[in-house]
Design a protein around this ligand. Sequence first.
Ligand code: PEP
Ligand code: CO
Length: 449
Amino acid sequence: MSARWTPSSWQNSVAAQQPKWPDQNDLEQALKQISSYPPLVFAGEARSLLASLGQVASGNAFLLQAGDCAESFEEFTAVNIREKLRVILQMALVLTYSMGVPVVKVGRIAGQFAKPRSSDTEKIGGVELPSFRGHMVNDPAPHSESRVPDPQRLVQAYHQSASTLNLLRAFTKGGFADLNRVHAWNQEFVTTSAEGQRYEQVAGEVERALAFMRACGVDTENHSALHEVDFYTSHEALLLGYEESLTRQDSLTGNWYDCSAHMLWIGERTRQLDGAHIEFLRGVGNPVGCKIGPDTTTDFVLSLCEALNPSRIPGRLTLITRMGADKIESGLRPLLRAVRDAGHPVVWACDPMHANTFSATNGRKTRHFDDIIREITGFVLAHRAENTWPGGIHIELTGENVTECLGGAETVSQEDLDTRYETVCDPRLNARQSLDLAFRVAELIRAAK
Ligand code: PEP
Ligand code: CO
């Protein structure tokens, strides 16, 4: 790791998982264009998120990070964005109401377009093709021409992120997220289900609490906290050229921020201590995350904390564990002890999705709701045993009624997977499964408190 950080110092280290762009000139032109565009987020917003995550690190708030595995250039509509926001708001309401702590809401949205892959090629219908690496890189259609990386896709990802963020800001500050509208967040296909009914009860209680406050003379009309929501964006900082092109110096503090999103994370496949991803993210002021898989050692985690958060700023670093339902409890405990004893103020978040993926009999990639709950349970139990705070969850979901993950109250079966399997990458929880999960998580954490 070089001593001096600059937005381009990552270029002196090895960057894993970068696409093989066919023409370096075209890539440079696209990146130059993005560098001239306005930032997508403001450094001050990243600092607000940092402060909120600081509250999570000290056990006074909970992180809900959720959204698509990969956003799509094709599924880019207002309805799609609204439904995703709606289910995240519902989950946050359930968690806040049941746990009695603020919920920090961060979407995997408005920039989550690039995917790391385990292999450079994949077989589709017996034909070997270069792997699909997310809409920001190539097209998923099963032809070798579609799979050629196209730098214009970086520019398109910027524009789609900007419009997505614009709509999110409108929804969260313009009335959609108003606590007086809690009933309207329940979608029709959810309302009739058991978890939808349970949500209606919570919404009814919130409504009564608001009426009670008004009756006591509290001016609920003029409390922005009741009408607006702080909703932050995040994605995996995978394509470092793109991230560098949106890295800007904050005029207030002089510090550098990656203004492509409020929070950035490093994936399981790119977290090499001497690699380019850690080098890049160590220098930006945003809150950052890093995925932690089943083979993680205490030495690695402590070095990671030193590399990404040497000043020990609470909320700066979120460790996102993804070890699998069977490994989490025993795998996590030594890490919790080591980080706690070293005095690093991290946020611990549980990604119960990525180590519980398997192929169904029809070949579809899927996950079982029960494994997801089992991994969160192990995560919470490990924290209880070590007296640390299970700070949050990191989930792949959609607001649509898809059939991509098995189980849940509606028991999606292997035969159902073909009905609505729409993800461009990993299988996501649908709106009902997501709401069900929020109730289960709230119960687990409450029991552990
Ligand atoms: C992801 O979050 O979609 C992902 C690829 O995760 P991981 O890096 O943990 O495998
Ligand atoms: Co994924």
